[in-house]
Design a protein around this ligand. Structure first.
Ligand code: ZN
Length: 135
């Protein structure tokens, strides 16, 4: 497996509209916003150098991000590593015995192929993998 960068850091927010001004004050600009059905969330991407901040707003309270907010409140939700070959990465992690939320890549924001490891596998850190591709 080859991780070539931290693709983005996901931040759970109750409202993208309310969270955005702080990041804009830090000099970041939103370049992409969409609903991602596989995550039950609306996402807003703000590039920061070679990585991005992904603001995640739940579409429904029972979505994964909605449950995260109810349990922990707003804050860092996940860390996403960019990989060249997500199929090979998932097969390698499964062979090493790591628990995966997605054994196959699903469609993430921007049409990227993504997958999440189970939080248990990340020692409390929710880890996402995103295959190199369209931003
Ligand atoms: Zn993400």
């Amino acid at each position: 497996m080859r991780v070539y960068k931290i693709d983005h850091i996901g931040v759970a927010v109750t409202s993208i509209a309310e969270a955005l001004p702080l990041y804009q004050a830090l000099g970041l600009a939103e370049t992409h916003r969409e609903e991602v059905p596989s995550q039950g969330a609306r996402t807003s991407f703000l590039p920061a150098g070679e990585s991005s901040i992904e603001l995640l707003e739940p579409i429904t309270p029972d979505s994964p991000v909605g449950k995260f907010l109810a349990k922990r409140g707003p804050g860092i939700h996940h860390l996403c590593f960019g990989v060249n070959d997500i199929d090979a990465a998932l097969a390698d992690l499964a062979a090493r015995g790591y628990r995966l939320v997605h054994r196959q890549a699903v469609a993430g924001a921007g049409g990227k192929r993504v997958a999440f490891l189970h939080p248990e596998a990340g020692g409390g850190v929710l880890i996402e993998l995103a295959e190199k591709g369209r931003p």
